[in-house]
Each structure stands twice: as structure tokens, then as C-alpha cells.
Ligand binder design. Structure first.
Ligand code: SF4
Ligand code: SF4
Length: 472
């Protein structure tokens, strides 16, 4: 999406910022920035990176805070275990998350991309910084890339890519620890490698993927691969908060001579933009925000800090590039809620309410009872008829639970093949039981039965099943 907000030529639409005229990759060398937004982004990045790397290793009460074991279908989120039986919660959570993303983008644009997305945080706050420390400023990096292979170049490139591989390896291990859990991960890296070929191969594959993303793909992930970036074209409207250039104040742009620096803008015919192009030089996506909102912009606010530093130098108010809505810039109107934002907010509130209710009312024990396949009924001694059932009990808590089954008919009797009462913490236990009914009490081929499941004499689940019997 692109909106021509300026009177500048729109030739930027004809080419990709990351492609040269022959269609090849144009490597970006963004300058680093300083300023209030950069400071805040750095703090946010440190906090999020700390959480990300600590996540799999934080255990509370002997249990991990997070686990996303897709292989064994075990998920722990903020210390609460979710089982496949809780799939409806996961599905509902995903819907809520998607609506949240949509609503958040409508109101705040791509703040997520610039400030919280792991791709941006690792790229701009880790890999790009290391590249700068080893290879120097953007001009030095460009010279180095263009130069022939000298000892210095081999040393610098070798060091950079070794560090990149090491960090990718650390990310890969953390990623795997989220999936298989801390203890299994420690076993994997300390045991005999021959016994963990698959796990170790996974670490290497993930390392390769992360290295490829951060050393080579970089901004291509945001503007070509990530679907969220492409979605913003339909999610943003004129009231969405975006990083925007105030073309009303900035145009007509032009270099200032020394005498114009000291007089008020009303005294000369130019706008506040002095066409220094610093905003474009710091952009990690290679775009010029003065061309208007563009699909590539990740709202990182680097150009805001860059332009503010220029405005300070030329004694003009800050915020020529700022967080504002298109309407705010065009009409000088302040940011306000649109009907679409209100509708999204109502839907989100309702979804969060239902989600909260489902979480609070989630049973600690999940019981599934099925009639044994291929079995009808058996005649027993004493004039009884019996049916065989299979039962699965999931204890979703971190404590063993004593479970009791209660039938709704006083003349019915429940007999377990093997005792099933104490269910170990966090496990699925299987069992079998018979239900006996006196034959003379059976009135229909299929008699509905109702089972109460009790823990500590409290009903935690209710099961409806049927009893098959002979009819006269
Ligand atoms: S235009 Fe500004 S906010 Fe957008 S990606 Fe570039 S530097 Fe970041
Ligand atoms: S940094 Fe500010 S003054 Fe310089 S070109 Fe960009 S918008 Fe204009």
C-alpha cells in the first residue's frame, strides 16, 4: 500500500527499495540512530530478549512456566498445562489473538513489527549492532563489501559470520528448549550424541535457518515472507497511528542556506524538510517515508529520531516525522476512534470475556467414557446384564487426584476391571469398567445413563452414556 502524500515524483513505486535496476538484491547499509525512541526501543528489546532466553528455564513449583511441546501435544502457558482435550480453548485463543492483531493494527499500525517482533529485535538490536562493531559504519561496510578479498576482509567477515552462527546456535537451542522442555534439552546436549541424532540435527537445522534469516534474508522476511506485513494494506485506515511525514509542514522541501537557518520559516518560501535524506539513510527497510505510508514500513521510528535530531539542529519544532494518523497530518485533526475500531473493540471484549470464562470454568479432570467396541451386553449370574466401557482420565493438575465415579441409578452397579482411583499428576490414565443392571429393570434396548465424576466429593465432570440390554 502506498499513498502519495507529497509533491515529489512517485518513481519510487516503480522499483523495490531492496532491488537494483537489474532486479538483483540491493544490500542495505542503514545508519544507526540515537534519540528518545531509540532509547525506549533498546529498553523494550533488552526486556523481551531476557524473557525470550529465560522463558524455558524459569520453573515455578517444579514446573516450567512455558512449554510448547507440539510433538507430545503438551502445552504450558504461564504455568497452566493445556492438553489436547483443551483444544477448544486453543482454537478460541487463536481466534481472539487474530482479532486482537487486527484491532491492534487498525489502531496502532505496525508497532508490533518495529518494537516487539523477534525478527526486528534480533536484526536491529543484535545482528546489525554486531555487524557495525566488527565492520564499522555504513560507509565502511559498503567499502568492505565492494573491496577484493584481502586478509582484513577475510578476518572481519570470518569473525562476523562466526558470531552470527554462534548467536543463531543459541537461539536454536532456546527454541528447542521451548519445544521439548528444559530437562529433555539438557539431556540432549549432555548425553552421548549417538543417542540423540534427530534432536541434534534439529538444532543444526534451526541454527542454519536463523543464520540464513539474519545474515542474508533480513528485511526480505518483513516485506516479502511475513504475511502480517502484507495484511496491513487492508487493516490500516486514515485514522490508524503510523509513522508519518508531515508533508503539510515539510513541503516544499529544500536545502537551507546559512542565512535561512536563523530566520523563521514564514520568512522564506521553504517547508521544514531540508532534504538531508537522513530519514531514508537510517531506514532498515530502505524506504523514504516522505513518499507516504508504504508496505515496507515497520514503524520502527528510527526516522523519527533521525529527523528530530535535524530539527533540533536547525531550530525547528520536533515531529516533522512522527507517530500520527494520515487524517491527523492532512486535516490537523487529533487521533480519534473510528466506527471500525469501536466494532473491533466490542468483538474483542466479548471474545476475551468468553475466553476468560472458559479458562476459569476449565475442569481439572477430563474424563472420556466409551462403550468397548464390538461388545453389546453379557448376561451375568444373579439375573444381571452387564456392559463393558473404556475410560480415559486426564489429570490436568500438578497434584495426584483421587477420582470417584457415581451412577445416577441406585439399581446400577459399577465394577472396575482394575482399580482406578488415584490419578497421578499431569497424566492420562486408562481403565475399563462394567456397569451391571438387573435384567428385570431394563425397559429399552438402549438405556441412557448418567455418570458424575467426583474429586474431593465435588462433581468436576458429568458424562452421558448408554447401556445396551435385551428387551422382551
Ligand atoms: S520509514 Fe521510518 S519507521 Fe518506517 S521502517 Fe523506515 S525508519 Fe522505520
Ligand atoms: S530527516 Fe527530516 S529534514 Fe531530513 S530529509 Fe528526512 S524529513 Fe527532511
Amino acid at each position: 500500500m502506498s499513498t502519495d502524500l507529497t509533491s515529489s515524483p512517485s518513481s519510487f513505486r516503480d522499483t523495490l527499495p531492496t532491488a537494483d535496476t537489474s532486479g538483483g538484491r540491493r544490500w542495505l547499509y542503514p545508519r544507526s540512530t540515537t534519540g528518545r525512541f531509540t532509547r525506549w526501543r533498546t529498553i523494550v528489546a533488552i526486556v523481551l530478549l531476557t524473557i525470550l532466553f529465560a522463558g524455558p528455564f524459569v520453573w515455578i513449583d517444579g514446573h516450567p512456566l512455558f512449554l510448547f511441546n507440539v510433538l507430545e501435544r503438551r502445552f504450558i502457558f504461564f504455568g497452566v498445562t493445556f492438553w489436547p482435550q483443551d483444544f477448544y480453548l486453543v482454537a478460541f485463543g487463536l481466534i481472539t489473538f487474530i482479532v486482537f492483531i487486527a484491532l491492534f493494527t487498525v489502531v496502532y499500525g505496525r508497532v508490533w513489527c518495529g518494537w516487539a517482533c523477534p525478527q526486528t529485535i534480533f536484526m536491529e538490536m543484535v545482528f546489525r549492532k554486531i555487524e557495525g562493531w566488527i565492520e564499522g559504519n555504513p560507509a565502511a561496510r559498503k567499502r568492505l563489501d565492494a573491496s577484493s578479498w584481502t586478509t582484513e576482509k577475510i578476518m572481519k567477515k570470518g569473525l562476523k559470520h562466526s558470531v552470527f552462527l554462534l548467536i543463531s546456535f543459541a537461539i536454536s537451542n532456546t527454541f528447542l528448549a521451548y519445544i521439548i522442555g528444559r530437562d529433555q534439552w539438557i539431556t540432549l546436549i549432555t548425553d552421548n550424541p549417538a543417542e540423540h541424532v534427530v534432536g541434534l540435527a534439529m538444532i543444526l537445522v534451526f541454527t542454519g535457518v536463523f543464520y540464513l534469516v539474519f545474515a542474508w534474508l533480513r528485511e526480505v522476511v518483513c516485506n516479502t515472507i511475513c504475511p502480517y506485513g502484507r495484511l496491513q494494506g487492508v487493516l490500516l485506515d486514515k485514522n490508524s497511528l503510523i509513522v508519518a511525514y508531515d508533508y503539510v509542514r515539510g513541503e516544499p522541501r529544500g536545502k537551507l542556506n546559512k542565512s535561512e537557518l536563523t530566520i523563521a520559516p514564514v520568512m522564506h518560501s521553504k517547508g521544514d524538510c531540508i532534504d538531508c535524506k537522513l530519514c531514508a539513510q537510517v531506514c532498515p527497510m530502505g524506504i523514504d517515508i516522505r513518499n507516504g505510508t508504504q508496505l515496507e514500513c515497520i514503524n520502527c521510528t528510527a526516522c523519527v529520531d533521525a529527523c528530530d535530531s535535524i530539527m533540533t539542529k536547525i531550530n525547528r519544532p520536533l515531529g516533522l516525522i512522527r507517530m500520527d494518523s494520515q487524517r491527523g497530518i492532512e486535516e490537523g485533526k487529533s487521533f480519534r476512534f473510528s466506527g471500525r475500531i469501536l466494532a473491533y473493540s466490542l468483538i474483542l471484549t466479548a471474545l476475551l470475556g468468553v475466553m476468560g470464562f472458559l479458562l476459569v470454568s476449565r475442569s481439572i479432570i477430563d474424563v472420556t467414557v466409551l462403550r468397548a467396541p464390538g461388545q453389546l451386553f453379557q448376561h451375568e449370574l444373579g439375573g444381571n446384564v452387564s456392559n463393558l466401557y473404556l475410560v480415559e482420565v486426564v489429570n490436568k493438575t500438578y497434584r495426584p487426584q483421587t477420582v470417584r465415579f457415581r451412577l445416577n441409578r441406585p439399581d446400577a452397579r459399577l465394577r472396575f476391571v482394575q482399580p482406578l482411583s488415584l490419578i497421578p499428576a499431569g497424566t492420562l490414565t486408562k481403565g475399563m469398567f462394567f456397569i451391571d443392571l438387573p435384567e428385570k429393570m431394563i425397559r429399552e434396548t438402549s438405556t441412557p445413563l448418567h455418570l458424575d465424576i467426583l474429586v474431593n466429593d465435588e462433581v468436576v465432570d458429568q458424562i452421558e452414556t448408554t447401556f445396551l440390554g435385551p428387551t422382551k
